[in-house]
Design a binder for this molecule. Structure first.
Ligand SMILES: [Zn+2]
Length: 431
Protein backbone atom coordinates (compact mmCIF):
# COMPACT_ATOMS: atom_id res chain seq x y z
CA UNK A 1 0.00 0.00 0.00
CA UNK A 2 1.45 3.31 -1.02
CA UNK A 3 1.15 6.18 1.42
CA UNK A 4 2.12 9.74 0.80
CA UNK A 5 5.48 10.33 2.37
CA UNK A 6 5.99 13.69 4.00
CA UNK A 7 9.68 14.40 4.08
CA UNK A 8 10.82 16.07 7.25
CA UNK A 9 14.27 17.54 7.59
CA UNK A 10 16.31 15.19 9.75
CA UNK A 11 18.95 16.25 12.21
CA UNK A 12 22.26 15.98 10.40
CA UNK A 13 25.88 16.08 11.47
CA UNK A 14 26.78 19.78 11.47
CA UNK A 15 29.28 21.36 9.13
CA UNK A 16 32.77 20.47 10.26
CA UNK A 17 34.83 22.86 8.14
CA UNK A 18 35.80 26.25 9.55
CA UNK A 19 33.73 29.21 8.41
CA UNK A 20 35.28 32.38 7.03
CA UNK A 21 36.39 34.97 9.59
CA UNK A 22 33.64 37.47 10.37
CA UNK A 23 33.36 41.05 9.18
CA UNK A 24 32.91 43.08 12.38
CA UNK A 25 29.88 45.43 12.34
CA UNK A 26 30.21 48.29 13.10
CA UNK A 27 33.83 48.15 12.02
CA UNK A 28 35.24 49.50 15.27
CA UNK A 29 33.29 47.11 17.55
CA UNK A 30 36.50 45.27 18.38
CA UNK A 31 36.82 46.43 21.99
CA UNK A 32 34.41 45.37 24.76
CA UNK A 33 33.08 48.90 25.27
CA UNK A 34 32.48 49.46 21.55
CA UNK A 35 30.88 46.01 21.24
CA UNK A 36 28.57 46.69 24.19
CA UNK A 37 27.57 50.05 22.72
CA UNK A 38 26.91 48.45 19.33
CA UNK A 39 24.72 45.77 20.93
CA UNK A 40 22.82 48.40 22.92
CA UNK A 41 22.28 50.40 19.79
CA UNK A 42 21.07 47.28 17.97
CA UNK A 43 18.54 46.41 20.71
CA UNK A 44 17.16 49.94 20.97
CA UNK A 45 17.13 51.05 17.32
CA UNK A 46 13.67 51.55 15.83
CA UNK A 47 12.58 48.39 14.01
CA UNK A 48 11.98 48.42 10.25
CA UNK A 49 8.46 49.54 9.47
CA UNK A 50 5.85 46.86 9.96
CA UNK A 51 7.96 44.86 12.40
CA UNK A 52 7.54 44.79 16.20
CA UNK A 53 10.27 46.20 18.42
CA UNK A 54 10.84 42.93 20.29
CA UNK A 55 13.91 40.75 19.95
CA UNK A 56 14.19 36.98 19.67
CA UNK A 57 17.48 35.39 20.74
CA UNK A 58 18.95 32.21 19.24
CA UNK A 59 21.62 30.54 21.38
CA UNK A 60 24.09 27.69 20.91
CA UNK A 61 26.77 25.62 22.63
CA UNK A 62 29.19 28.52 23.11
CA UNK A 63 26.81 30.05 25.65
CA UNK A 64 27.40 27.14 28.06
CA UNK A 65 31.19 27.00 27.73
CA UNK A 66 31.55 29.28 30.76
CA UNK A 67 29.50 26.68 32.69
CA UNK A 68 32.22 24.13 32.00
CA UNK A 69 30.45 22.34 29.16
CA UNK A 70 32.26 21.61 25.92
CA UNK A 71 31.63 23.49 22.71
CA UNK A 72 31.57 21.80 19.35
CA UNK A 73 33.96 24.41 17.99
CA UNK A 74 37.08 26.07 19.29
CA UNK A 75 37.72 29.77 19.42
CA UNK A 76 38.85 29.92 15.81
CA UNK A 77 35.77 28.12 14.56
CA UNK A 78 37.43 24.80 13.83
CA UNK A 79 35.57 21.65 14.68
CA UNK A 80 36.86 20.39 17.99
CA UNK A 81 35.40 16.93 18.30
CA UNK A 82 37.74 14.05 17.66
CA UNK A 83 37.52 13.11 13.98
CA UNK A 84 36.91 9.50 14.97
CA UNK A 85 33.95 10.44 17.18
CA UNK A 86 30.77 9.24 15.62
CA UNK A 87 27.54 10.12 17.40
CA UNK A 88 24.77 7.58 17.52
CA UNK A 89 21.92 7.88 15.04
CA UNK A 90 18.28 7.64 16.05
CA UNK A 91 17.60 4.59 13.88
CA UNK A 92 20.58 2.75 15.41
CA UNK A 93 19.42 3.59 18.92
CA UNK A 94 15.89 2.35 18.29
CA UNK A 95 17.00 -0.77 16.42
CA UNK A 96 19.93 -1.99 18.46
CA UNK A 97 20.05 -3.20 22.06
CA UNK A 98 23.86 -3.11 21.86
CA UNK A 99 23.86 0.49 20.64
CA UNK A 100 21.59 1.49 23.52
CA UNK A 101 23.85 -0.20 26.07
CA UNK A 102 26.82 1.71 24.68
CA UNK A 103 24.91 5.00 24.60
CA UNK A 104 23.53 4.73 28.13
CA UNK A 105 26.87 3.60 29.58
CA UNK A 106 28.59 6.70 28.17
CA UNK A 107 25.68 8.89 29.15
CA UNK A 108 25.68 7.41 32.68
CA UNK A 109 29.25 8.59 33.17
CA UNK A 110 28.74 11.89 31.32
CA UNK A 111 25.63 12.92 33.22
CA UNK A 112 27.66 13.84 36.30
CA UNK A 113 29.39 16.70 34.48
CA UNK A 114 26.13 18.14 33.21
CA UNK A 115 24.32 17.60 36.48
CA UNK A 116 26.98 19.55 38.36
CA UNK A 117 27.08 22.40 35.84
CA UNK A 118 25.04 25.55 36.38
CA UNK A 119 23.86 28.44 34.19
CA UNK A 120 26.44 31.21 33.86
CA UNK A 121 26.48 35.00 33.59
CA UNK A 122 25.24 34.91 29.97
CA UNK A 123 22.07 33.02 30.92
CA UNK A 124 21.36 35.44 33.77
CA UNK A 125 22.06 38.43 31.53
CA UNK A 126 19.44 37.09 29.12
CA UNK A 127 17.04 36.73 32.05
CA UNK A 128 17.65 40.41 32.84
CA UNK A 129 17.26 41.47 29.21
CA UNK A 130 13.90 39.69 29.29
CA UNK A 131 12.85 41.42 32.50
CA UNK A 132 13.91 44.79 31.10
CA UNK A 133 11.77 44.19 28.04
CA UNK A 134 14.53 43.85 25.44
CA UNK A 135 14.20 40.13 24.80
CA UNK A 136 10.83 38.53 24.21
CA UNK A 137 11.77 34.92 23.61
CA UNK A 138 14.74 32.60 23.34
CA UNK A 139 15.32 29.70 21.01
CA UNK A 140 18.17 27.48 22.13
CA UNK A 141 19.96 24.60 20.48
CA UNK A 142 21.39 23.62 23.85
CA UNK A 143 20.08 20.55 25.65
CA UNK A 144 21.43 21.51 29.09
CA UNK A 145 18.20 23.20 30.38
CA UNK A 146 20.21 26.22 31.59
CA UNK A 147 17.80 28.76 30.10
CA UNK A 148 14.88 27.22 31.96
CA UNK A 149 16.88 27.17 35.18
CA UNK A 150 18.08 30.78 34.80
CA UNK A 151 14.75 32.25 33.69
CA UNK A 152 11.91 29.82 34.38
CA UNK A 153 9.12 32.39 34.35
CA UNK A 154 9.89 35.48 32.42
CA UNK A 155 11.21 34.79 28.98
CA UNK A 156 9.80 31.89 27.01
CA UNK A 157 12.34 29.35 25.78
CA UNK A 158 12.00 27.00 22.83
CA UNK A 159 14.38 24.07 23.20
CA UNK A 160 14.93 23.34 19.53
CA UNK A 161 16.93 20.15 20.00
CA UNK A 162 15.21 18.89 23.14
CA UNK A 163 16.69 18.42 26.59
CA UNK A 164 18.71 15.94 28.61
CA UNK A 165 16.76 16.41 31.84
CA UNK A 166 14.33 13.66 30.80
CA UNK A 167 14.31 10.34 29.05
CA UNK A 168 11.33 9.83 26.75
CA UNK A 169 9.63 6.58 25.71
CA UNK A 170 9.71 5.74 21.99
CA UNK A 171 6.41 3.85 22.39
CA UNK A 172 4.11 5.90 24.67
CA UNK A 173 6.13 9.19 24.60
CA UNK A 174 5.91 9.44 28.38
CA UNK A 175 8.88 11.05 30.10
CA UNK A 176 11.03 9.96 33.03
CA UNK A 177 13.15 12.53 34.92
CA UNK A 178 16.78 11.92 34.14
CA UNK A 179 17.74 11.90 37.83
CA UNK A 180 15.35 8.98 38.43
CA UNK A 181 16.65 7.26 35.31
CA UNK A 182 20.25 7.81 36.47
CA UNK A 183 19.43 6.22 39.83
CA UNK A 184 18.01 3.20 38.01
CA UNK A 185 21.16 2.94 35.86
CA UNK A 186 23.25 2.99 39.05
CA UNK A 187 21.09 0.30 40.64
CA UNK A 188 21.30 -1.94 37.55
CA UNK A 189 25.04 -1.40 37.04
CA UNK A 190 26.66 -1.39 40.48
CA UNK A 191 30.21 -1.84 39.20
CA UNK A 192 29.87 1.14 36.87
CA UNK A 193 28.30 3.12 39.69
CA UNK A 194 31.26 2.34 41.91
CA UNK A 195 33.66 3.39 39.16
CA UNK A 196 31.75 6.60 38.73
CA UNK A 197 31.78 7.29 42.47
CA UNK A 198 35.52 6.69 42.65
CA UNK A 199 36.17 8.85 39.59
CA UNK A 200 34.29 11.70 41.24
CA UNK A 201 36.15 11.15 44.51
CA UNK A 202 39.47 11.19 42.67
CA UNK A 203 38.61 14.47 40.98
CA UNK A 204 38.50 13.15 37.42
CA UNK A 205 35.68 15.57 36.68
CA UNK A 206 37.64 18.54 37.93
CA UNK A 207 40.41 18.05 35.43
CA UNK A 208 40.66 20.42 32.47
CA UNK A 209 43.39 18.31 30.94
CA UNK A 210 42.33 14.81 29.89
CA UNK A 211 45.84 13.50 30.59
CA UNK A 212 45.80 14.49 34.24
CA UNK A 213 43.66 13.47 37.15
CA UNK A 214 43.43 9.89 38.28
CA UNK A 215 40.26 7.85 38.63
CA UNK A 216 39.86 5.16 41.21
CA UNK A 217 41.55 1.86 40.57
CA UNK A 218 39.24 -0.46 42.44
CA UNK A 219 39.96 -4.08 41.62
CA UNK A 220 36.24 -4.46 40.90
CA UNK A 221 36.12 -1.69 38.28
CA UNK A 222 35.70 -2.80 34.68
CA UNK A 223 39.33 -3.30 33.55
CA UNK A 224 39.33 -0.88 30.65
CA UNK A 225 37.78 1.85 32.77
CA UNK A 226 40.82 1.88 35.04
CA UNK A 227 42.72 3.69 32.32
CA UNK A 228 40.39 6.63 32.02
CA UNK A 229 42.43 9.70 32.94
CA UNK A 230 40.06 12.52 33.49
CA UNK A 231 36.60 12.58 31.99
CA UNK A 232 35.63 14.99 29.27
CA UNK A 233 32.00 15.19 28.31
CA UNK A 234 30.81 15.88 24.81
CA UNK A 235 28.30 18.73 24.45
CA UNK A 236 25.45 16.24 24.40
CA UNK A 237 26.41 14.97 27.84
CA UNK A 238 28.06 11.68 27.01
CA UNK A 239 31.73 10.80 27.20
CA UNK A 240 34.28 8.95 25.11
CA UNK A 241 35.27 5.71 26.87
CA UNK A 242 37.18 3.73 24.25
CA UNK A 243 37.02 -0.03 24.70
CA UNK A 244 34.84 0.10 27.79
CA UNK A 245 32.88 -3.13 28.44
CA UNK A 246 29.53 -1.83 27.24
CA UNK A 247 27.97 -5.21 26.49
CA UNK A 248 27.11 -5.94 30.12
CA UNK A 249 25.55 -2.52 30.75
CA UNK A 250 21.86 -2.62 31.64
CA UNK A 251 19.16 0.02 31.34
CA UNK A 252 15.56 0.21 32.55
CA UNK A 253 12.43 0.18 30.35
CA UNK A 254 9.70 2.81 30.30
CA UNK A 255 7.86 2.35 33.62
CA UNK A 256 4.53 3.37 32.03
CA UNK A 257 4.76 0.77 29.26
CA UNK A 258 5.90 -1.85 31.77
CA UNK A 259 2.88 -1.21 34.02
CA UNK A 260 0.31 -0.62 31.29
CA UNK A 261 1.32 -2.26 28.01
CA UNK A 262 -0.02 -0.42 24.96
CA UNK A 263 -1.64 -2.26 22.09
CA UNK A 264 -0.05 -2.50 18.67
CA UNK A 265 -2.04 -1.54 15.57
CA UNK A 266 -2.97 -5.20 15.07
CA UNK A 267 -4.38 -5.38 18.62
CA UNK A 268 -1.60 -7.41 20.20
CA UNK A 269 -0.28 -6.24 23.52
CA UNK A 270 3.16 -4.69 23.46
CA UNK A 271 4.64 -6.46 26.45
CA UNK A 272 7.88 -5.13 27.84
CA UNK A 273 10.22 -7.87 28.98
CA UNK A 274 12.63 -7.32 31.85
CA UNK A 275 15.26 -9.42 33.61
CA UNK A 276 15.04 -10.41 37.29
CA UNK A 277 16.37 -6.98 38.34
CA UNK A 278 14.00 -5.06 36.10
CA UNK A 279 16.40 -4.21 33.25
CA UNK A 280 15.04 -4.05 29.71
CA UNK A 281 15.39 -7.40 27.94
CA UNK A 282 15.23 -8.35 24.29
CA UNK A 283 11.76 -9.89 23.75
CA UNK A 284 12.14 -13.66 23.82
CA UNK A 285 9.94 -14.28 20.77
CA UNK A 286 12.09 -12.23 18.40
CA UNK A 287 15.60 -12.78 17.21
CA UNK A 288 18.08 -9.95 16.92
CA UNK A 289 18.18 -10.52 13.16
CA UNK A 290 14.43 -10.07 12.76
CA UNK A 291 14.56 -6.71 11.07
CA UNK A 292 10.79 -6.20 11.08
CA UNK A 293 10.63 -6.66 14.83
CA UNK A 294 13.64 -4.51 15.52
CA UNK A 295 11.85 -1.23 15.30
CA UNK A 296 8.84 -2.44 17.28
CA UNK A 297 10.44 -3.24 20.61
CA UNK A 298 8.20 -1.52 23.12
CA UNK A 299 9.13 0.49 26.17
CA UNK A 300 12.47 1.82 24.99
CA UNK A 301 13.55 5.06 26.62
CA UNK A 302 15.73 7.52 24.73
CA UNK A 303 17.15 10.86 25.81
CA UNK A 304 14.59 13.62 25.17
CA UNK A 305 16.97 15.24 22.69
CA UNK A 306 16.70 15.28 18.92
CA UNK A 307 19.25 12.66 17.87
CA UNK A 308 21.06 12.71 14.56
CA UNK A 309 18.77 11.26 11.93
CA UNK A 310 15.67 12.20 13.96
CA UNK A 311 13.35 15.06 13.06
CA UNK A 312 12.34 17.95 15.28
CA UNK A 313 8.73 17.54 16.43
CA UNK A 314 6.21 19.69 14.52
CA UNK A 315 5.15 21.41 17.76
CA UNK A 316 8.70 22.53 18.54
CA UNK A 317 9.33 23.55 14.94
CA UNK A 318 6.19 25.69 14.91
CA UNK A 319 7.02 27.24 18.28
CA UNK A 320 10.49 28.23 17.02
CA UNK A 321 9.10 29.67 13.79
CA UNK A 322 6.44 31.51 15.77
CA UNK A 323 9.11 33.05 18.02
CA UNK A 324 10.88 34.37 14.91
CA UNK A 325 7.66 35.62 13.32
CA UNK A 326 6.55 37.51 16.43
CA UNK A 327 9.82 39.44 16.80
CA UNK A 328 11.29 42.42 15.00
CA UNK A 329 14.95 41.50 15.24
CA UNK A 330 17.14 38.44 15.82
CA UNK A 331 20.16 38.25 18.09
CA UNK A 332 22.30 35.14 17.49
CA UNK A 333 24.51 34.22 20.45
CA UNK A 334 27.40 31.76 20.70
CA UNK A 335 26.55 29.51 17.78
CA UNK A 336 28.05 29.04 14.34
CA UNK A 337 24.60 28.00 13.02
CA UNK A 338 26.22 24.81 11.76
CA UNK A 339 23.02 22.84 12.31
CA UNK A 340 20.48 23.20 9.55
CA UNK A 341 17.53 23.79 11.89
CA UNK A 342 19.21 26.82 13.49
CA UNK A 343 20.54 28.26 10.24
CA UNK A 344 17.06 27.93 8.71
CA UNK A 345 15.53 30.02 11.52
CA UNK A 346 18.10 32.78 10.96
CA UNK A 347 17.32 32.64 7.26
CA UNK A 348 13.62 32.96 8.07
CA UNK A 349 14.39 36.11 10.09
CA UNK A 350 16.45 37.50 7.21
CA UNK A 351 13.62 36.78 4.76
CA UNK A 352 11.23 38.70 7.03
CA UNK A 353 13.50 41.73 6.84
CA UNK A 354 14.53 41.48 10.50
CA UNK A 355 17.79 43.14 11.54
CA UNK A 356 20.29 40.47 12.63
CA UNK A 357 22.96 40.67 15.30
CA UNK A 358 25.58 37.99 15.95
CA UNK A 359 27.92 37.52 18.91
CA UNK A 360 30.14 34.51 18.29
CA UNK A 361 33.77 33.49 18.42
CA UNK A 362 34.65 32.45 14.87
CA UNK A 363 32.68 32.60 11.64
CA UNK A 364 29.00 31.80 11.30
CA UNK A 365 27.35 29.84 8.52
CA UNK A 366 25.86 32.18 5.92
CA UNK A 367 26.66 35.40 7.76
CA UNK A 368 27.78 37.17 4.59
CA UNK A 369 24.21 36.68 3.35
CA UNK A 370 22.66 37.84 6.64
CA UNK A 371 24.72 41.04 6.45
CA UNK A 372 24.43 41.61 2.70
CA UNK A 373 24.06 45.29 1.92
CA UNK A 374 25.17 46.40 5.39
CA UNK A 375 27.89 49.03 5.42
CA UNK A 376 30.08 48.36 8.50
CA UNK A 377 30.59 52.12 8.83
CA UNK A 378 26.89 52.99 8.54
CA UNK A 379 25.14 50.07 10.19
CA UNK A 380 23.15 52.38 12.52
CA UNK A 381 21.66 49.60 14.65
CA UNK A 382 20.46 47.67 11.60
CA UNK A 383 23.05 44.97 12.21
CA UNK A 384 25.78 44.05 14.65
CA UNK A 385 28.57 41.50 14.44
CA UNK A 386 30.83 41.02 17.41
CA UNK A 387 33.50 38.39 17.89
CA UNK A 388 33.61 38.06 21.66
CA UNK A 389 32.54 35.63 24.35
CA UNK A 390 28.95 36.30 25.43
CA UNK A 391 29.86 36.36 29.13
CA UNK A 392 32.25 39.24 28.39
CA UNK A 393 29.64 41.48 26.77
CA UNK A 394 26.14 40.52 27.96
CA UNK A 395 26.45 41.32 31.71
CA UNK A 396 27.94 44.80 31.07
CA UNK A 397 25.32 45.34 28.35
CA UNK A 398 22.59 44.72 30.95
CA UNK A 399 24.26 47.19 33.32
CA UNK A 400 24.43 49.81 30.59
CA UNK A 401 20.80 49.32 29.58
CA UNK A 402 19.70 49.53 33.22
CA UNK A 403 21.61 52.80 33.60
CA UNK A 404 20.11 54.26 30.43
CA UNK A 405 16.61 53.11 31.37
CA UNK A 406 16.74 54.62 34.86
CA UNK A 407 18.20 57.91 33.58
CA UNK A 408 15.43 58.17 31.00
CA UNK A 409 12.68 57.26 33.46
CA UNK A 410 14.03 58.99 36.57
CA UNK A 411 11.37 60.77 38.60
CA UNK A 412 8.61 59.04 36.72
CA UNK A 413 7.32 55.54 36.35
CA UNK A 414 9.98 53.11 37.57
CA UNK A 415 8.90 50.48 35.09
CA UNK A 416 11.71 49.74 32.71
CA UNK A 417 10.95 49.04 29.12
CA UNK A 418 12.88 48.89 25.91
CA UNK A 419 10.79 51.62 24.35
CA UNK A 420 11.98 54.18 26.88
CA UNK A 421 15.64 54.06 26.00
CA UNK A 422 16.99 56.82 23.86
CA UNK A 423 19.02 55.25 21.04
CA UNK A 424 21.12 58.40 20.85
CA UNK A 425 22.71 57.48 24.16
CA UNK A 426 24.31 54.48 22.51
CA UNK A 427 25.36 56.47 19.49
CA UNK A 428 27.26 58.73 21.88
CA UNK A 429 29.06 55.71 23.30
CA UNK A 430 30.06 54.60 19.82
CA UNK A 431 31.89 57.77 18.94
ZN1 LIG B 1 6.32 4.01 27.40
Amino acid sequence: MAAAVVRKPLMRIPYTEPFAAPRIIPRHATTPSAAIAALGNFLTAPPPSGLPSSTVVLTGAGLSVASGLADYRGDNGTYRINKTYRPIYFHEFVASHEARKRYWARSFVGWTTLHKAKPNASHYALRDLGRLGYVQSIITQNVDSFHRIAHPDHTSTVELHGYLRSAVCTTCHGEVPRDDFQAELARLNPIWAEFLYEAIEAGAYESENPTTGAPGTSSDAPPSLKFVRGIKSNPDGDVDLPDAPYSTFRYPPCPHCLANPLKAEDGTQLHVEVDSDGAWKMPSHTSSTDSAAKTKHPGILKPAVVMFGESISPAVKHAAEGAIDQAGRLLVLATSLATYSAWRLATRAKDRGMPIGIVNMGGVRGEDVFFAGIDPDESDGKAVRVEMATDAVLPPLVEELQKQSSSVSHGGDRTLSAGRVNPALFKDMLS
